[in-house]
Design a protein around this ligand. Structure first.
Ligand code: ARG
Length: 703
């Protein structure tokens, strides 16, 4: 049945891979076969024609990528926002597409010069017409999104692309009929993943694996219940079938060489407008001013890099270059961010670099009262080591007791206001705390800017190595774990935060869930990082999906501590549904007792952390009682503590990347202890695999 839906396509008469503007084109210059391309394109054309009307735009010599008509522009109703290509290699296509739209009586909007936006390649309408998903990060600029919202009168949800292979939104994201979404989460940053998860219910999300993603499975054309794509795995096909979609595969390998497939080769030009939806966007902008040796000290690069790294975008409005060696420069930069939350993260970093508001934009700091002793308001500004001033009642106050990872509390004495850094637990009810990132500035000496690079936090920069004996030990440990579990025995785990950093959290969670662990011992850190990973997607500021440091991410763990402090305990936070997975979650849900022993270096701590070390030792000892095996996972501190209170006869398996720790712990002169020098995340993953092997039913191999 042919519906009234129309698509625009462009025949591949002049198609070829002539240049490289995306990773797929690398090594493929002039490697595609014209004949095969024509044949594949015709097949796609015919498939689409079976289900919809296809219009054609005349291909133009010298513009080989014009076949990818998705990049012509973005259509909604009568309106179209014409693409502004990032690369000059494609800019020449713009007038031809514009002509086609005008000939077909669309109202064409054009973006300001130098504001790239690549049409339906980077902007996809929710198939119910509720909103527009817009991508940025490679081809389209975040600052184009507010224009889309305004001109098309629709809500725009900005998503940041992180993986170069998925440089257009339509290469990794495909809204389907009935509110379903086909997408590859690995292509997005964790913030965007959260945004997606908030908008699309779990049962409507069809997250695909990398193997399907690299076959351009998300680059699909959806017409009602039909999904046309280059190729899909059987599991993806059945996944889609379960929810009522039929996949039609049509090979487009010649176009994959240029980084495009089914969706890229088409532009849907009938997009119904929903009367009740109107323009909104979360994109925020703010102008900041920077002064100093902006070029010599690399300050401007650092500022602009961090804006982009953190998911924002910028426009340099003014730059007054200091001409003498000693003279300083000044710049005004318009910063944009996809949401207020991201803006806050960016601005708090820029404040550390000395950024200030324009004089006319200066405003008082926002204050919120402490409602619960020892708990800051959610949005509190996390203090740094730099001398800070806050603006209260139009006056800049110097912050006393400056330290990092505190909150700034304002109190008033008889005749003056006082601003001080305080650690969370010292906050008192009624105190006013600085929240958000308004009315805050740091006073940085010009010279100190040069040294900044060296001082920048470099948590978690250690390397990883592995060891040959690992597999043997894993087999043995898996075997023991099974035996002990099946006999109703007791295994205790001591674990350090490295378990989480190395990606072992999900494996340890599974061990707990599947009954292999009867007690967990650790410190404040493992619980904080585990919960941070669950709540924020990062661990000590490292994005756990992508393994890269998130700028300013070290603040996350304090925010997590603060949140749990509000609930009063991990168990209460789990009960409240704030923690929904992870190691601590599984302990609570499976009644596995845990003890967190405090130490001098703990942040917070969590309400569960036992800061009275005498008590902590007693509680540890209680848990260890009767244990047959202790798995010591990368926590020198707690493992040594445990080692000291464990009687001989208990099997101890010590895993650590540092040979010295392993030697120290396993060298107890008893045969029961074994040491493994390896990455703990790897160890746990192997252990889980081995346990799966042991538990999967025996299948006789009948020849
Ligand atoms: N070679 C083209 C480019 O890099 C491919 C465009 C693919 N189009 C798309 N909508 N993803 O621009």
């Amino acid at each position: 049945m042919v519906s009234q839906i129309r698509f625009l396509m462009c025949a591949p008469d002049h198609y070829d891979v002539d240049y490289v503007i995306n990773p797929w084109m690398e090594g493929n210059i002039h490697k595609s076969s014209r004949d095969r391309a024509v044949e594949q394109w015709n097949k796609l054309y015919n498939v689409i024609k079976d289900h919809a009307i296809v219009d054609l735009v005349t291909p133009q010599k010298g513009w080989p990528d014009m076949v990818f008509s998705a990049n012509a522009g973005l259509v909604l109703g009568e309106n179209v926002v014409l693409s502004r290509f990032l690369h000059k290699e494609r800019q020449g296509e713009e007038p031809y597409f514009q002509q086609w739209f005008e000939n077909n009586s669309f109202k064409v909007y054009t973006l300001p010069k130098d504001l790239p936006f690549e049409g339906a390649g980077d902007a996809l309408l929710d198939r119910e017409g509720r909103w527009l998903w817009a991508g940025y990060g490679f081809r389209s600029e975040l600052d184009s999104h507010p224009y889309l919202a305004k001109w098309l009168d629709i809500e725009v949800i900005s998503l940041r692309l992180m993986d170069e292979r998925f440089y257009h939104l339509d290469t990794c994201f495909c809204p389907l009929a009935n509110g379903y979404l086909l997408y590859y989460p690995g292509a997005f940053d964790s913030y965007s993943n959260r945004v997606i998860e908030m908008r699309v219910a779990p049962e409507k999300r069809i997250a695909i694996a990398e193997a399907d993603a690299v076959n351009f499975a998300c680059n699909a054309v959806n017409i009602e219940s039909i999904v046309i794509m280059n190729k899909a795995s059987d599991s993806l096909k059945s996944r889609l079938a379960e929810v009522g979609f039929q996949v039609i595969e049509t090979p487009l390998t010649e176009f994959l060489k240029a980084g495009g497939a089914a969706k890229c080769l088409t532009l849907r030009v009938t997009e119904p407008v929903r009367e009740e939806v109107h323009a909104t966007t979360q994109v925020e902008s703010r102008i900041i001013r920077l002064e100093g040796h902006l070029l010599d000290a690399g300050l401007i690069n650092r500022a602009l890099d961090l804006i982009v790294d953190m998911g924002g975008s910028f426009q340099v409005l003014k730059f007054n270059l200091g001409e003498q060696r000693q003279s300083t420069s000044a710049a005004e930069v318009r910063v944009s961010a996809p949401s207020h939350e991201v803006m806050e993260e960016i601005i708090s970093q820029l404040i550390d670099l000395g950024a200030v508001d324009l004089p006319q934009d200066e405003r008082d700091a926002k204050l919120e009262p402490v409602l619960q002793a020892g708990v800051a308001p959610d949005d509190f500004y996390v203090s740094t080591i730099y001398p800070t001033e806050v603006r209260v009642n139009g006056q800049w106050l110097k912050v006393e007791n400056q330290r990092m990872d505190g909150a700034i509390a304002i109190s008033s004495t008889a005749n003056r206001l006082v601003a001080r850094c305080k650690i969370l637990r010292d906050l008192e009810i009624g105190e006013q705390v600085v929240v958000d990132v308004q009315g805050i500035r740091t006073i940085r000496k010009t010279e100190s800017r040069e040294q900044r690079n060296a001082q920048e936090f470099s948590f978690m920069s250690s390397g990883v190595s592995s060891e040959r004996r690992v597999e043997l030990v894993v087999e043995q440990v898996a075997w023991e774990l099974r035996k002990i579990r099946d006999a109703g025995g007791k295994v205790v785990v001591t674990a350090g935060p490295v378990v989480i950093h190395t990606g072992g959290g999900e494996h340890l969670s599974r061990l707990i869930r599947e009954g292999y662990v009867q007690g967990l011992l650790g410190g404040n850190a493992i619980a904080v990082h585990d919960i941070e990973q669950n709540m924020m997607g990062t661990s000590l500021g490292v994005d756990m999906k992508r393994g890269v440091a998130v700028r300013g991410g070290h603040r996350h763990h304090l925010k997590v501590i603060n949140a749990i402090r509000r609930f009063g305990s991990i168990t209460k936070a789990v009960d409240a549904g704030v923690i929904t997975s992870g190691v601590m979650y599984e302990c609570v849900k499976n009644d596995v007792p845990f003890v967190l022993a405090g130490s001098i270096r703990d942040d917070g701590p969590l309400p569960d952390t036992q800061m009275n070390l005498i008590l902590a030792q007693q509680e540890y000892a209680q848990i260890i009682q009767g244990a047959e095996m202790i798995l010591m996972l990368s926590s020198m501190l707690h493992s040594i503590g445990v080692g000291n209170m464990t009687p001989a006869g208990v099997k101890m398996v010590c895993v650590d990347i540092n040979p010295a720790v392993v030697t120290k712990l396993s060298d107890r002169g008893s045969i029961e202890s074994v040491g493994v020098v390896t990455d703990v995340g790897l160890f746990l993953s192997l252990l889980i695999q081995q346990l799966d092997k042991l538990t999967s039913p025996y299948v006789a191999n009948v020849g």
